[in-house]
Design a protein around this ligand. Structure first.
Ligand SMILES: [Zn+2]
Length: 578
């Protein structure tokens, strides 16, 4: 009986008449089975059945009919995690597993899922099924336990409340680092405005402006594919024309290999990271591409100090890659440690240090493949950008470059300082108070908000768990520096939220009495890191012409960090306040 009725492949009963006939068909088949058992059904193996047991049995499945609607009763596309009583995650027909990027030996972070246009019917094994429904960060979520009765239909209508309408304020969200193609069902179900699928392969000698933009399915949802990328370092948006790597005025030499950094190792793919990437990023940026950095294995800095010192990086993908894993694992102390300047497993700490030195790096976010093997949905990490005008790649890039962004894996965090958006420069006289307006909205209740200044927590605000928080803080800053706001909520259902639901604004740049933002301590860090890296890497570059040119570029960058490292006092320490 199990094989006939358990719905192993989650087949729907796709017509009303089938549903009506459900119970009687069971009885008919059971009686038939009792008479002629064992019976052969084409394509299915039916084990021998004991007649008496069959008449006493109940069907192993029921039907579930679900409507997902918004408050106005309008059907809402959504992501659905549906787990039957036997522990299996069910999928709608035609939808493959969504967790294909779980690596060997990696536990998926959440249960499998499917997308619905807002209305579906599915066979579910009897017993207590669990359903979780989400429609992006701007909507409330649903968690429910459904008692599935044998042979019966359960009809459910779930209302997802809109917490806020970001588009009405010009805020569009994007996941700029995906590798598997989103479809319209996903874009709508996740409420994902822009998804980008870069080409991440090796480090090439030439790049083509292949970027393709498709409204999917409409003008408020855009898919960008074929986006050129310099593997492990940055995405090249709006590359205006083909780029052929050159060495100064000369064509790029053929013998551009480097020796391996492993004893006996070959001149593999990674050696070209050592030789080519700094030239490529410089030349792509000079050609007019907008560069969005993504540090693949933080804190693998490599040439980052060179890129940043020269302004070759326009936007910094800070909530990327490893944060899908970090946001789901460990203790809260571990989580905060990943944001620490002295932390070793996240890219926030490195970003903080660059900002401390006065470099302006707006924040962006992406999920990667997919969540670096922990099997999360596309759109897990997102960047929200406040656009001027409609959703176009140009408007979106412009907002990103201006830094009118926050990054998030769940909470929405809208902050202004003296009425200005993130990314703004604020010129003030010493001791002038700044007014910080914070509006945070989150389906995963927020418990903590930090005002961060020069990588230090200037003010920590602990709140009772809340889905909406408005707070005005007036503060006086201790000197020129960058200011940002971050918030945290704790999620306990991984289908609906990371354990650490987190958002972080791009920086505001506060110049007190016209003084630049400086941190000799952090400049020293980059100087020491980068000189050690040069000592290790430059001798590996075999072509002398390349090596000499590269060394000159590196020495210039090193000189900039050295000058700042010697430029006086470190940023004054100030006590954290609550
Ligand atoms: Zn990637």
């Amino acid at each position: 009986m199990e094989d006939v009725f358990s719905g192993n492949d989650s087949r729907p009963l796709s017509t009303r008449s089938e549903e009506v006939a459900f119970r009687s068909k069971f009885l008919l088949l059971a009686m038939l089975a009792a008479v002629v058992a064992p019976i052969g059904v084409p394509g299915r193996h039916v084990p021998p059945i004991q007649p008496l047991a069959v008449f006493a049995a109940e069907p192993a499945v029921g039907m579930l009919t679900v409507q997902v609607v918004d408050e106005a009763g309008k059907t809402l596309p959504a992501r659905v995690h549906l787990r039957a009583a036997d522990g299996r995650d069910l999928l709608l027909p035609g939808q493959a597993t969504r967790q294909s990027a779980v690596y060997k030996g990696t536990q998926p972070v959440c249960g499998d899922w499917f997308y619905t246009d807002g209305s579906f019917r599915i066979e579910v094994g009897v017993g207590k099924a669990q359903i979780d429904i989400a429609h992006g960060p701007a909507y409330s979520t649903v968690h429910d336990i459904i008692a599935v009765q044998p042979g019966q239909n359960s009809e459910k209508t779930y209302t997802l409340r809109r917490l806020i309408d970001p588009l009405a304020q010009g805020w569009y969200n994007a996941d700029e680092h995906l590798h598997q193609m989103p479809d319209a069902a996903l874009m709508l179900g996740e409420d994902l405005n822009l998804a980008a699928v870069p080409i991440c392969g090796g480090v090439e000698l030439s790049y083509r402006p292949h970027q393709r933009v498709t409204p999917l399915p409409d003008a408020n949802h855009v898919l960008v594919t074929q986006l050129p990328a310099i593997e492990w370092d940055c995405f090249l948006w709006n590359l205006p024309q083909p780029l052929e790597l050159r060495l100064g005025e000369e064509p790029w030499p053929r013998d551009d290999f480097a020796t391996s950094d492993r004893p006996g190792g070959s001149t593999d793919l990674r050696t070209s990271f050592v030789v080519r990437t700094p030239f490529l990023i410089e030349q792509a940026h000079a050609a007019g591409a907008t560069t969005i950095a993504y540090m693949h294995d933080p804190p693998r800095l490599w040439y980052y100090p060179l890129y940043v010192a020269n302004g070759w990086i326009d936007v910094y993908g800070v909530l990327e890659n490893s944060y899908c894993s970090i946001a789901n694992r460990g203790t809260e102390a571990d989580f905060w440690q990943s944001l620490d300047r002295h932390g070793t497993n996240g890219s926030f700490g490195v970003w903080y240090r660059f900002l401390n030195c006065g470099y302006r790096l707006p924040a962006s976010a992406g999920t990667d493949n997919v969540g670096m093997g922990v099997g999360v949905w596309k759109g897990y990490n997102r960047v929200y950008a406040k656009l001027d005008g409609p959703l176009t790649v140009e408007n979106w890039l412009n907002a990103l470059k201006q830094g009118r962004t926050f990054v998030t894996n769940r909470p929405l965090l809208f902050v202004t300082v003296d009425g200005q958006n993130p990314g703004s420069e604020l010129r003030v006289k010493a001791a002038t108070p700044l007014r910080v307006d914070i509006h945070a909205v989150s389906a995963t209740p927020i418990t903590r908000v930090d005002l961060v200044y020069q990588a230090r927590v200037l003010k920590q605000i602990d709140v009772d768990p809340t889905t909406e928080l408005r707070h005005i803080e007036t503060l006086t800053v201790p000197g020129s520096g960058w200011l940002a706001v971050r918030c945290l909520g704790r999620g306990d259902n991984p289908n609906l939220s990371p354990a650490f639901a987190f958002a972080h604004t791009s920086p505001f740049y506060v110049l007190v009495d016209g003084q630049p933002i400086r941190s000799p301590e952090d400049a020293r860090y980059f100087h020491d890191y980068f000189s050690a890296f040069m000592k290790r890497s430059l001798p590996r570059v075999k072509n002398e012409q390349i090596r000499r040119l590269l060394e000159a570029k590196c020495r210039d960058a090193l000189a900039k960090y050295a000058a700042q490292a010697d430029s006086g006092e470190d940023f004054p320490d100030f006590p954290e306040s609550r």
